[in-house]
Ligand binder design. Structure first.
Ligand code: NAD
Length: 291
């Protein structure tokens, strides 16, 4: 079974490298949390570039891998403008600043993918008030700022103001942990439930602005965040057991979340609004079962 998992993953990775079809042609996009080499943000930045985005504003508070991401995009997709920024996604001035910058430089903002997030692995007993507040600040406050300043920037170029725009899309990364009880820490689950709620409430409040707001709820994805678990399992020879209770029998990869983030960013999802979309192989739809 594990062999099948690996060949399925290779297949998905190969499809990801297929030529783009211009789904984001002319779109100006902000993505947060792009700095991890194996992360969802980086995979999405590469996919948005492949799909012909006009300008990508890419933000992470860890600047280590930002130059590499910029060079990779520019060598593969030279027509795409890339601006990388070292900033905290939960910093109000940084987020209002990048939204204003997009309007100043490009006259528009089409997509805001608020993806930055952290997990501090803790039990209820060991979760401190400081942990709890920091998880909430980074995971929940950051998406509120993305909605507040992203939607304000998008409305400046709303078609009702005579501009040629076909709506904006704000995409927030939540988690299956925000939909159902998770094995993860309580502060993380609570912060992701807040993200799901922010999307629904904002989609309602921003009615008639032509701005869509949705969340993506990944299941278990092999990224920088979860890498240690996978490395440990590989070392012990138990990697094949990861994801075996998932209806698809495997974990997911960042490219699979990026594909969903492309759907939500593009006009293919023009009537999808206020939804919490699980991209989890069916995990959140299933019951815990005994193996
Ligand atoms: P990752 O650790 O590989 O990448 C996250 C990136 O976000 C890192 O580069 C980190 O530096 C950046 N970041 C964290 N806090 C930041 C901040 N305040 N400002 C700017 N950048 C910041 O992890 P990932 O799995 O790619 O995580 C992306 C999102 O997906 C997160 O919101 C995470 O909670 C969510 N998620 C991940 C999984 C999973 O299994 N990997 C499951 C559900 C949800």
């Amino acid at each position: 079974h594990y062999k099948n998992t690996l060949s399925r993953i290779e297949q998905i990775q190969a499809q990801f490298k297929a030529p783009g079809t211009g789904k984001l042609k002319g779109k100006v996009c902000i993505i947060t949390g792009v700095g991890s080499l194996k992360g969802i943000g980086r995979a999405t930045a590469l996919l948005y570039a492949r799909e012909g985005a006009q300008h990508l504003y890419l933000l992470d508070f860890d600047e280590t891998n930002l130059p590499n991401l910029k060079e990779t995009i520019q060598s593969q997709y030279p027509a795409v403008k890339v601006t990388t920024l070292q900033a905290d996604a939960a910093d109000e001035a940084a987020i209002s600043g990048v939204c204003e910058r997009a309007i100043r430089e490009e006259g528009r903002l089409d997509v805001f993918f608020a993806n930055a997030g952290i997990v501090l692995v803790n039990t209820i007993e060991s979760t401190t008030v400081t942990n709890f507040m920091e998880t909430m600040r980074i995971n929940a406050l950051s998406v509120f700022l993305a909605v507040k300043y992203g939607s304000s920037a998008m409305q400046k170029t709303n078609p009702s103001k005579g501009k040629d725009r076909t709506g904006g899309s704000i995409i927030l990364t939540a988690s299956t942990a925000g939909i159902r009880s998770g094995a993860g820490p309580v502060d993380y689950s609570a912060s992701k439930a807040a993200v799901n709620s922010i999307a629904k409430t904002s989609a309602y409040q921003l009615q008639k602005t032509d701005i869509r707001i949705n969340t993506l709820c990944p299941g278990l994805i092999e990224t920088g965040m979860t890498g240690a678990t996978f490395d440990y399992a590989r070392k012990r020879g138990t990697a094949g057991k990861i994801g075996q209770l998932n209806p698809l029998g495997r974990h997911g990869i960042p490219e699979e979340i990026a594909n969903a983030a492309l759907f939500l960013a593009s006009d293919d999802s023009s009537y999808v609004n206020g939804q919490n979309i699980a991209v989890d192989g069916g995990l959140s739809a299933s019951h815990p079962v005994i193996p």
